[in-house]
Ligand binder design. Structure first.
Ligand SMILES: [Zn+2]
Ligand SMILES: [Zn+2]
Length: 486
């Protein structure tokens, strides 16, 4: 059966709002604190009203448009929230969106092809109101030790280029996914493929990893549907922002939207994707803000702040948010988003940094190091955990940097290996642990904690986060004694 436009009743049911638009359904799924906050609920209702100034109907689909050739299942707020429709929310353990750029090499020329990383990071962070970290760019080759990524040649319009196997990249991403990642989202300016597909815009797995290519969104690339032959950094950033937000939206369990013109609509091609705009309709907006536990206005403010940084790129969405503020009746301010600052502080507390370059704290990189001694890899950080393998002296391993160490009860210190979930430790000539002078570290850290008035019973879990400066130096020294850094 061909797809039919939703009726007004169906749209209202999708949002979970009554006919007179003065009451929301399914409020029992919100916390008691929110339910008792009349002001909050009243303004939430206002944000959920599908006024026609802000929310357009989906244009009539052609037969080769997404809705013309597919008949997707509707995902109402009710379906989403009750878990029948794949609800996924960040948790206290898995709460960070990591963005990982992948290139053929980390040359200036290659990096310059990407939209500015900080702009993509800012877009994703404000769209989802979730802490977003951009990782240091890596090369396709750097995954070789995990899984070789197959390539093949592609040619169009007399030009040839290399394509990379998206499925192989996902396999690698699963292995390096940081423990606290809600999503690890890789992106590249190279072309992707998989099996019988000529090319792919991206591929994601329900386990929270995905890889996306902006290759065919670049107007100077012959394979781009909207090819102009010239670099167009503004449209590239706009397209890349929309792609990332749409795809990351899926990792929150949002399926393709069938209710309004909306960023979460499916698209068969770039032109159709462009026509969706950057906004979420009231159905998808309610799902997302419920999932992240934020008021829609807080999210609009974050987006406003982001769009203001790049007005020439986001003129349409900026105008839309301004208009939205007028219709709903809220004030947009550019300094409300103190979340950014809080997040930065949290990161400072979290990262154990082993060099003096404090500016790099927030960036997690994958570093190749050479073992100076025989290393043991264990499944978990604790001593009794299963031995996975050994790394011979002189062998190269990849580790996450800054190094966020883990102390076991017995006092040894272990370093997380890039392949997430595994830990390295060392066997030295004397059979001692990676950190031979761990007692000194402890002593120094104890002093540090005591000065802060911390109860000594709380030491164990806090030590790995609160090494004193002196303790950090000792750990760093031991790391340098065991691993050769490049
Ligand atoms: Zn999609
Ligand atoms: Zn929608």
């Amino acid at each position: 059966m061909p797809w039919k436009h939703p009726t007004r009743t169906k749209q209202l049911n999708g949002i979970g709002i009554n006919k007179s638009c003065n009451q929301l359904t399914l409020l029992s799924n919100y916390s008691l604190e929110i339910r008792n906050n009349k002001e909050y609920i009243d303004s939430l209702i206002k944000c959920c009203i599908p006024n026609t100034e802000n929310f357009e109907r989906i244009p009539d689909p052609d037969e080769d448009d997404w809705l013309g050739c597919r008949n997707p299942k509707d995902q109402s707020f009710s379906r989403y929230v009750t878990g029948r429709g794949r609800r996924i929310s960040p948790s206290s353990k898995r709460k960070i969106i990591y963005l990982l750029p992948i290139a053929e090499s980390i040359s200036k020329e290659n990096i310059d092809k990407f939209p500015p990383f900080e702009a993509l990071q800012s877009m994703v962070a404000s769209f989802f109101c979730v802490e977003t970290i951009i990782m240091h760019p890596v090369t396709f080759d750097s995954f070789d030790h995990l899984k070789e990524i197959s390539t093949r040649k592609c040619h169009e319009e007399g030009e040839r280029w290399k394509q990379y196997h998206a499925g192989h990249i996902l396999k690698c991403l699963k292995k390096i996914r940081p423990k606290d990642a809600f999503t690890l989202c890789a992106f590249t300016m190279n072309d992707l493929y998989k099996n019988s597909f000529n090319y792919l815009f991206g591929l994601a797995s329900p386990s929270g990893v995905g890889v996306f290519s902006f290759f065919r969104q670049d107007a100077s690339c012959v394979a781009c549907e909207l090819y102009t032959g010239h670099d167009d950094p503004k449209s590239l950033l706009r397209r890349a922002s929309a792609t990332l937000c749409h795809e990351i939206g899926h990792t929150f369990g949002l399926t393709h939207c069938t209710y309004f013109k909306c960023l979460m609509q499916g698209a068969m091609c770039l032109v159709e994707a462009e026509s969706r705009g950057h906004q979420l309709c009231p159905v998808c907006m309610r799902k997302l803000t419920w999932s992240i536990n934020k008021h829609p206005i807080e999210r609009y403010n974050a987006l406003f702040k982001h769009f203001c940084k790049y007005p020439e790129v986001y003129m349409d969405p900026l105008t839309w948010v301004l208009n939205r503020a007028e219709v709903v009746g809220f004030k947009l301010t550019s300094n409300v988003d103190t979340d950014d600052n809080n997040n930065n502080n949290n990161q400072k507390k979290k990262a154990v940094v082993f060099d003096n370059d404090n500016n790099n704290e927030a960036i997690i990189q994958i570093k190749k190091v050479t073992a100076k001694t025989r290393l043991i890899v264990r499944e978990e950080a604790n001593k009794t955990s299963k031995l996975v393998r050994e790394i011979a002296k002189g062998e190269e391993v990849s580790i996450l940097y800054p190094v966020d160490i883990k102390r076991t009860k017995s006092g040894s210190v272990r370093v997380p290996l890039c392949t997430s979930g595994e830990w390295i430790t060392a066997v030295t000539k004397t059979g001692k642990n990676l950190i031979t002078n761990v007692n000194d570290v402890l002593k120094e850290s104890k002093k540090d904690l005591q000065q802060k008035g911390t109860n000594s019973n709380q030491f164990a879990p806090q030590l790995k986060r609160h090494l004193s400066d002196e303790g950090k130096k000792l750990v760093a020294k031991a790391l340098h004694n065991t691993l050769r850094w490049k």
